[in-house]
Design a protein around this ligand. Structure first.
Ligand code: G6P
Ligand code: MN
Ligand code: MN
Length: 425
């Protein structure tokens, strides 16, 4: 019998997550859902729908709405983190302020992601601290962004068992499957990266690597609802040495992405506000008992697939592969053992064990990962200590920023705009 605590349950994504539990009701015995959010009104609206969804599927767990983190977390088996500190309003600033300095305006990547991390990390660490006291053996499954930075911090700074999640890995693997010849019995793959900076570098059909030979022949388009698609020129995938997930596009086509942000009538956060308003209106309609299609307009579509299948693997000791964010522990020989990386793991009752990648000498990918990891470590230190120097150094080492005047300008303006969320600065 499982107690599931959802932190940030008022998110309009929650029906997605509940659907994952509905799909697995035979294999996961959920006794209670504790739906925690500081926004009571939104939590009630979203819970209205998620409760109807459960009932429509003949599921009747204890279902508690709360604003109290301790009540939610206490003795939980799984704590799901899906918070957005400062809501979409803060995200919109993360997307708009960097543009003034000629930098990318994106919620997880570059200066915007940095600011999001500064706001979010203290709240995530408070959840972990609360778990240490009230649910020390629970699993913390987090998708709050920037997910890789949250994982690195929680895994290195607390005793909590934690796994960082993202829907990008399942997306890129789903897209790659048509490459596997019909009749193949076993499929395996090499996935290399950090969260939102990752590539597929190998695909094995019955043990034979088939990806590299395909790369020269085609242009592959990364597809996700929320990130603008720029097609790869001929030969580019071969030149890179793998298929980038969607986010590396921001590095490969940096100027075009900045221009796209500038030209857009609404930034992505503003689009999300509109989608969210429509969703909340739909959720209030008591005749709706399922996840509406409109939710698939959001980039996090199908994340329940990643989240609840991961819980199933942990709970039922499935010993199956999941690509998740955990400490490297030697899996990528070019990263430190205590770097959180996005890596293929075997998941069972004991957790997620990274599978060693083996020999790897693509220094293009290695270099980007090492630079972004240095940025992540500095960002964590800045968030924890409130150090302006660490914050500035983080922006100076990030491959999408680097320039001193831009870094200082964007940092000062973002710190000022986010004052309310930065008790340590
Ligand atoms: C993808 C990413 C998530 C991100 C989401 C944004 O799913 O993996 O980390 O939160 O897109 O989607 P949105 O609809 O909010 O732009
Ligand atoms: Mn229990
Ligand atoms: Mn993600």
């Amino acid at each position: 019998k499982l107690k599931i605590a959802v932190i940030g349950a008022g998110s309009t994504y929650s029906p997605e997550m509940i659907q994952g539990f509905i799909d697995r009701k035979e294999v996961l015995d959920v006794d209670s859902f504790y739906m925690m959010d500081i926004d009571r009104e939104k939590n009630e609206i979203v819970a209205g729908l998620t409760k109807r969804m459960l009932e429509a599927n003949d599921m009747h767990p204890k279902f508690v709405l709360t604003e109290d983190l301790g009540e939610a977390v206490s003795n939980a088996d799984y704590v799901l983190g899906q918070i957005r500190v400062g809501k979409l309003e803060a995200r919109i600033l993360d997307e708009k302020i960097p543009l003034k300095y000629g930098l990318l305006g994106q919620e997880t990547t570059g200066a915007g992601g940095f600011m999001n991390a500064l706001r979010t990390l203290p709240v995530i660490l408070n959840i972990a601290d609360t778990m240490e006291k009230l649910a020390p053996s629970a699993w913390f499954i987090n998708f709050s962004n920037p997910s890789g930075i949250m994982a690195d911090a929680v895994l290195n700074l607390t005793k909590i068992k934690m796994i960082g999640l993202c829907n990008v890995p399942t997306g890129i693997l789903r897209d790659a499957m048509p490459r596997v010849p019909k009749g193949t019995k076993t499929v395996d793959y090499d996935y290399v990266g950090l969260n939102h900076l990752a590539w597929l570098t190998g695909l094995y059909a019955d043990g034979r690597e088939i990806l590299q030979e395909q790369l020269g022949n085609e242009t592959e388009i990364s597809g996700m609802k929320n990130t603008p698609v720029i097609p790869y020129p001929p030969k580019m995938l071969q030149q890179i040495g793998g298929i980038p997930a969607n986010y590396p596009s921001y590095y490969y086509f940096r100027d075009e992405h900045i221009q796209k942000c500038r030209d857009a009538k609404l930034c992505r956060g503003e689009e999300c506000e509109q989608i969210e308003a429509q969703l909340l209106k739909m959720y209030k309609d008591v005749s709706l008992c399922g996840k509406p299609d409109l939710l698939n307009q959001r980039g996090g579509a199908y994340y329940s697939e990643a989240a609840v299948s991961l819980i199933e693997a942990l709970e039922n000791d499935k010993q199956e592969y999941h690509v998740v964010n955990v400490l490297n522990q030697g899996a990528f020989p070019f990263m430190a053992p205590d770097d959180a990386v996005e890596v293929k793991c075997v998941v069972g009752r004991d957790g997620a064990k990274p599978v060693p990648l083996g020999h790897f000498d693509n220094w293009h990918m290695i270099g980007l990962m090492q630079a972004v990891k240095a940025y992540e470590k500095l960002t964590i230190r800045a968030a924890v200590t409130g150090s302006y120097t660490d914050a500035l150094q983080a922006l100076l080492v990030h491959p999408l920023i680097g320039d001193y005047r831009k870094a200082k300008g964007v940092l000062d303006e973002m710190l000022e705009a986010n004052r309310a969320f930065l008790p340590r600065f």
